[in-house]
Ligand binder design. Structure first.
Ligand code: AMP
Length: 287
């Protein structure tokens, strides 16, 4: 894959900031799409949404953030495909790719961190201690560096969205967060950079997550509102596929990430499960 030509690639915060400030004089918003690379059609949908709102002013960051991985997680083997990522980013409408080194974002190890108390220990933050501290810290760095008017995130990481919304509010950052729908394979599996870890047999088992999501959506559509009933129904879906090991099944308020007793419009139904050594997540915002 040849590296993109019209999309500029920069490695330092100073260059990202200069790009943003040089555009600020011109009319129209500046957009940022934070990613860890290994880009797929889900990332492309975010970049396209950004480019339709901020044409010619979209930065995509590609940074596998060590701080959001636990000691026994997949940081070292996380898929990396920089040239293909640049080509995908360009074809989806990115003007700039920001690909910093670890030292660039964490100079001298860095001693300053962002914690979103009360939210960062919920859902994935409960199973992955320190994960959301790492996410909030790196996204704060990116928003401060790029000063985007808009930053695009996927509903795929719904708990992350809740943590980042609260961070942006608390720090009085001027960036507006835009949340884009989950992009799925035709059979329902939510696209994820980690899907490449799955064997064919594991991929079939991974469909249990989207099956549970669809089951809950249809129960809610037919009038079921009880959180305990809905969670029990989701557990039954997983019970039929024991090779998909449940981490959590939760019905929560999407702002606070606290459990609810009754599903109402806007309630987040979220699941996490491991298939083999791959941890997967999925969710839906109930109507
Ligand atoms: P990541 O590279 O996994 O950190 O993801 C970067 C951004 O892409 C995050 O805002 C994710 O929520 C979003 N994203 C990942 N997978 C999908 C998907 N299947 N559909 C929509 N957005 C996604």
């Amino acid at each position: 894959m040849t590296r993109s030509s019209s999309t500029k690639i920069v490695r330092t915060v100073a260059e990202l900031r200069e790009w943003s400030r040089s555009l600020r004089a011109a009319d129209g918003p500046i957009a940022l799409v934070p990613t860890m690379g290994a880009l797929h059609a889900g990332h492309a949908s975010l970049i396209r949404a950004a480019a339709s709102t901020a044409p010619g002013r979209v930065a995509v960051s590609i940074f596998v953030n060590p701080m959001q991985f636990g000691p026994n997680e997949d940081f070292a083997r996380y898929p990396r495909s920089f040239d293909a990522d640049c080509a995908l980013a360009e074809s989806a409408g990115a003007s700039l790719v920001f690909a910093p080194s670890v030292e660039e974002l964490y100079p001298n190890g860095a001693a300053t961190f962002v914690e979103v108390e009360g939210l960062d220990n919920r859902l994935d933050g409960h199973s992955r201690p320190g994960h959301f501290r790492g996410v909030a810290t790196v996204v704060a760095k990116l928003l401060i560096a790029a000063e985007p008017d808009l930053a695009f995130f996927g509903q795929k990481d719904a708990a992350q969205v809740a943590v980042l919304r609260r961070m942006v509010c608390d720090l009085r950052l001027s960036t507006r967060l835009v949340v884009c729908p989950i992009v799925r394979d035709p059979d329902g599996l939510a696209l994820s950079s980690r899907n490449v870890y799955l064997s064919a047999a594991e991929r079939a088992r991974a469909l249990t997550l989207s099956r549970a999501v669809r089951h809950i959506e249809s129960l809610v559509a037919s009038g079921q509102r009880s959180a305990s009933v809905l969670i029990e129904e989701a557990r039954k879906v997983f019970a039929a596929e024991p090779a998909a090991r449940v981490d959590y099944i939760e019905l929560v308020d999407w702002s606070t990430l606290l459990p609810v007793d009754t599903a109402t419009p806007g309630t987040l139904f979220a699941v996490a499960a491991s298939v083999g050594s791959t941890r997967l997540i999925d969710n839906t915002i109930l109507r």
